[in-house]
Write a protein that binds this ligand. Structure first.
Ligand code: TIU
Length: 226
């Protein structure tokens, strides 16, 4: 157990009951030519999350902290894609259409995959999600129950969309979420900052906000003598 610096007050980190949840670090959001770019976003805004996430993931792996990755996307037949989501934005290219990284946001296509820097390894769950929240229409509720997870260290993109939706869902399921500001990102820096403020406001209405450095320090600290 370790007390991590966080807003609005320190987070009591219990690694045995925690999981690192990395949301949607997919090529479709982070690289040019994917879903994020198709929506008109500046995808370079998300780059700053990659290095801190790499370091955090390495520390999680060496310490045995459970790791869960998510990917937003749809079956090739698009049977899990609501028409409302498909047509949202009135773009000329939409989910399921062919782009430079394959069919946009479709499972099995290059753009749908997780970026090489953070690629999952054996033993790490990869949750495919058709919505913005990681609990909607996925097996995440079962994974959390099966492993006795009570805390999520939440990272990934984008802060005000899939990260926020997931944190709200997790909070309503009785999970404590510590959202790591340096490991989350938005196409809009001002949304990122405000989204994090919203989580920690009102006494931590949805959770806590911290930084990866304190998590890494706790994971790499020498064990206390028994
Ligand atoms: N558009 C945007 O900011 N985000 C998404 O569509 N999905 C996620 O946040 N993963």
């Amino acid at each position: 157990m370790a007390e991590l610096a966080a807003h609005p007050y320190p987070f009591t980190f219990k690694p045995a009951e925690a999981a690192l949840l990395i949301i949607d670090m997919q090529r479709d959001f982070i690289e040019p030519g994917g879903f994020g770019a198709m929506l008109g976003n500046d995808v370079t805004q998300l780059e700053r999350t990659i290095e801190p996430l790499k370091a955090l993931l390495a520390a999680a792996r060496s310490s045995g902290l459970r790791v869960i990755h998510t990917r937003e996307g749809h079956k090739p037949d698009l049977s899990d894609l609501h028409e409302s989501k498909r047509i949202r934005g009135k773009g000329t290219t939409t989910i399921g259409d062919v782009g430079p990284m394959g069919r946009i946001l479709v499972i099995g296509e290059p753009g749908h995959d997780i970026i090489p820097e953070l690629y999952p390894i054996a033993g790490e769950a990869v949750v495919d999600k058709p919505g913005k929240g990681a609990f909607y229409a996925t097996e995440l509720t079962d994974i959390v129950a099966e492993h006795g997870i009570t805390q999520l260290l939440v990272c990934g993109v984008t802060t005000e969309v899939c990260v926020h939706t997931t944190v709200r869902e997790a909070n309503d399921r009785g999970l404590d979420c510590l959202v790591l500001s340096d490991c989350t990102g938005s196409y809009f820096p001002e949304f990122h900052a405000t989204a994090l403020r919203m989580i920690a406001a009102q006494g931590g209405i949805f959770g806590w906000v911290g930084e990866s450095g304190s998590v890494i320090a706790a994971l790499t600290a020498p064990a206390e003598p028994a």
